[in-house]
Write a protein that binds this ligand. Sequence first.
Ligand code: URA
Length: 183
Amino acid sequence: MNKEEQLSELKKKINQNSKSFPGKNLVFSDGSYLSEVMIIGEAPGQMEDKMKIPFVGRAGKLLDKMLESIKLNRNKCYITNVVNFRPEENRKPTLDEILIFRPLLFNHIEIIMPKKILLLGATAAHAVLDHEGPLHIVRGIWKKININKNHFNVLTTFHPAYLLRQPNAKKTAWKDLLEFQKL
Ligand code: URA
């Protein structure tokens, strides 16, 4: 199967998990599936659910700026979320949801085969790195994950929605982005 076929199979599998999100749309991904850069957020918000595209709301606008600061355009990256449906009232995904979507996300990573992955925030760090403590322990540090004998380079930074609430953390996030650019 080529990448497009694999992604379409994955979409079907993800849609089998839509029952806990009644009335919500599948928000699968944006950007180029040929990209070497994969970006993983938490879960779609209201605007993303409406447009069926990840990171198109306020946090998405900031993400675009963050990417531009390291000369990346969102169309040249591949963007997705841990959970592909909008949780009711923008709540954080539950542990159960993270555990359900994790294998699907790992499947997604294996299809894209990115050279490097940027994790945005605690939910992505939890799902991908199995990190449950404070974010500062993993943030800004390159980690490697293995999925079925394939290695992936992963860096974590703050979620743009957090940066909208805590603009003081932007400086640190920009440092992380420069580190991400290096590899
Ligand atoms: N926050 C996320 O984590 N993902 C989106 O797609 C939008 C906001």
